[in-house]
Design a protein around this ligand. Structure first.
Ligand code: NAD
Length: 487
């Protein structure tokens, strides 16, 4: 670690944040955070207990009414200041993300820009919450429809986008007038803790956001979710954990938002512009070292262009620079941990055992970091695990099709439905794909689609609810109908 990295880490507050105060865990325990590119311990973070979690909810519940009554313009101004401060500190936040998560620094900077847009977007949305007023059809009274904040909200976030997954929830909640308890991912809590300091700097009142990192996610979360004061649970992470949380949330009939796993098809038709498709594929696959819910998982390529597509991709992949994310020009950083490397290796070996061919990469690299080569596998056969499971690593798997119907059938042949990518120059075909693919989001000749102004979310087992866009704030608002009879 260099001096700048050390100085930045020294600046990060590593305790819990409850009711406007930084505090140690009630157990006095901490857990380690490691740099996945070196396996070095870079911080010890206070390890919140279930008791700390309930204290955090106490704090959020205590100020819910006051925060809901805070003028929208005031809430908006705070978020706007958060946006400005994050922009000023962008380089530090990006470096911190690279240190705890491993992504290349240029991508970390991109995430700061993207993640911070939620602060700006929802600062603008805070003052546009409206309802309607009208006569009932009988003409005997007035119908008033208004929007109220849902109430105290609990957030559980993943490690792969340590800033954006947090701002995507906190910004709309604050804009709507909800108070928050957040449990960041145990692998990457530092970015959330750093961001929390910036919230305070922007003037956020005590208790409105409370942060409880923990190594015991399930035991901290269960009592919070079971608490009758909680009104909303928003989770981003795997479908497996999401299912469990939906079941827990059922007892309290909580509002839930679930941003879960994906298994994105990337369909390349015979009429695609291959230059565009190759560029899009590199982004859709290798951004974040393949560790994105939106990562293209299954490349479904028309048999007439599959070989050329694979050759062009392979040429690019072989030039990719692997290394610590802080190094100049690195495009492939480490995977988050050794399990992730083992999973990528298993999926590749299952695919080759079933008849696929490795045309680039296919090896894990020696430690201490957890690196796996960017890899291209062609001729992937039906039934291969790589077509069913989220790869979450830099492995690009290509299967072929011959007709449009077959492409649609293959693309939809998954329990997930987060995002689909389609490359075609045929406008009518593009429109047919918008209608036929079972997906919450789609990139039509685009390999990256995330935008704070657009509704992000999935169908099927990729989740419920939307983050961002005009829809995002409604996840934190309840509709209230009032009848006022004519006098
Ligand atoms: P994960 O489900 O293992 O963990 C996510 C979060 O849940 C972490 O904070 C973890 O501590 C917590 N958690 C785990 N078990 C829990 C339990 N029993 N009770 C309460 N909390 C629990 O997922 P991950 O490995 O951190 O992230 C990768 C997954 O997230 C992938 O499946 C990816 O597709 C998904 N993801 C989805 C989106 C989206 O917007 N749809 C975005 C990013 C990541």
């Amino acid at each position: 670690m260099n001096e700048r990295e050390k100085a930045l880490l020294a600046e990060v507050e590593t305790r819990l944040f409850i009711s406007g105060e930084w505090a140690d865990s009630s157990s006095g325990r901490t857990f380690e955070v490691r740099d996945p590119s070196t396996n070095e311990v870079i911080a010890h973070v206070a390890d919140a207990t279930a008791e700390d979690g309930v204290k955090a909810l106490d704090a959020a519940a205590a100020v819910q009414e006051e925060w809901a009554a805070t003028p929208p313009r005031v809430r908006s101004d705070i978020l706007r200041r958060v946006f400005d401060i994050v922009r000023e500190r962008a380089d530090d936040i990006a470096l911190l993300m690279t240190l705890e998560m491993g992504k290349p620094l240029a991508e970390a900077k991109g995430e700061v820009t993207y993640g911070n847009e939620f602060n700006r977007w929802f600062s603008e949305e805070a003052v546009r919450i409206s309802g309607r007023y009208g006569a009932n059809p009988e003409g005997t009274g007035r119908i008033i429809v208004s929007q109220r904040p849902v109430g105290p909200s609990f957030f559980i976030t993943p490690w792969n986008f340590p800033l954006a997954m947090v701002t995507r929830k906190i910004a709309p909640a604050l804009a709507a007038g909800c108070t928050v308890v957040i449990k960041p991912a145990e692998l990457t809590p530092l970015t959330t803790l750093f961001f929390t300091r910036l919230l305070v700097e922007a003037g956020l009142p005590a208790g409105v956001v409370n942060v409880v990192p923990t190594s015991a996610a399930a035991s901290l979360s269960a009592p919070i979710i079971a608490d009758p004061r909680l009104r909303k649970l928003s989770f981003t992470g795997s479908t497996e954990v999401g299912r469990k949380l939906i079941a827990q949330a059922a007892d309290g009939v909580l509002r839930v938002s679930m941003e879960l796993g994906g298994n994105a098809p990337f369909v390349v038709f015979e009429d695609a512009d291959l230059d565009k498709a190759v560029t899009g594929a590199m982004l859709a696959k290798f951004r974040n070292i393949g560790q994105a819910c939106t990562a293209a998982n299954r490349f479904i390529v028309h048999e007439s262009v599959a070989e050329e597509f694979a050759n062009r991709i392979t040429e690019r992949v072989q030039k990719m620079k692997i290394g610590r994310g802080t190094e100049e020009g690195v495009e492939i950083g480490p995977l988050i941990d050794a399990d992730a490397v083992a999973k990528a290796a298993e999926l590749v070996s299952d695919a080759t055992e079933r008849g696929a061919t490795i045309v680039a990469g296919g090896e894990k690299l020696d430690g201490p970091g957890t690196f796996y080569q960017p890899t291209v596998v062609t001729g992937v056969r039906p039934g291969s695990a790589i077509l069913r499971e989220e790869i979450f690593g830099p492995v690009l798997a290509i299967a072929t099709f011959s007709t449009e119907d077959e492409a649609v059938r293959l693309a939809n042949d998954t329990e997930y439905g987060l995002v689909s990518y389609v490359y075609t120059e045929d406008l009518q075909r593009g429109h047919r794909m918008i209608e036929r693919l079972e997906t919450g989001m789609m990139g039509l000749n685009a390999g990256v689609i995330s935008n704070a102004a657009a509704p992000f979310g999935g169908v099927k087992q990729s989740g419920v609810g939307r983050e961002g866009g005009a829809e995002g704030i409604h996840e934190y608002l309840s509709t209230k109908y009032t009848l006022v009879p004519n006098a």
